[in-house]
Design a binder for this molecule. Sequence first.
Ligand SMILES: [Zn+2]
Length: 281
Amino acid sequence: MQVRMGLGYRGRAAGACAAIVAGAMAVAPAQAGAAVAHVVQPGETLWSISAANNLTTRTVAVFNGLSEDSHVVEGQTINVPTVEEGAAALASAPAPASAPAATPAAGARVVQPGESLWSVATANGVTVEALAAANGMASHAHLIAGQSITVPAAGSGGVHQTGTEGMGHIPSPYGELHLDPGAAESWNAMRSDSLANHGVDLYPGGPASAYRTAEQQQELYDLYLSGQGPPANPPGTSSHETGSAVDVAEPIMRDVIDQIGGAYGWSGTIPSEWWHVAYGG
Ligand SMILES: [Zn+2]
């Protein structure tokens, strides 16, 4: 470096130096085999950090000496283990308490920091729609710590949105969307894989791009027939109506699914539609 600068190649030397540093930095984090310290960012939860790293919440919780329902705070450091380290931690951890298996009764509870309609609904075995409806809220409403909400009894009927009871959920920019439970579980695993290993989030292109009711399918079909919308199947014939298809938002998402989807049962099934992927096809 000193020699080059002495010869008057200062600008070039600096450029080469920057390239070397950038290269070294790019290599370092790619090393596998050791836990990585992660600083919690705004909006992150133990669940989202775990999911982004393709690990279960319990694995990351145990590795950090936390309980699974711990709330992490912005700026906190969480150690993200490798799969092997996580497995070792789980093997030496005490069995999880069986108390949460009891079916909770309907009741009021106070919202804790970091909780969302989704996390409360999931923890209590009810759908987001049921929880929102029981409290007169929209399903995308935000909860505020200290707020009192009513949790309906698990499996209670009457407050569920028609047609989505018992369905699985997948995250999207438009709130939680629905799929068949098996398709949703597999989608969420594939999404974690994509986030962790390809840096690409996977989500539907719109609120009607995952599960669709027959009414929604009819609307899309009518738009297609009138020349105002993309191709859509007649009601009763679309895999979206069984909650086993997603229309992804971006071509790059389809590229990733073409690479990794096979292991999760997801693939493109309509040659003329890059956006349409189906489960079990
Ligand atoms: Zn589709």
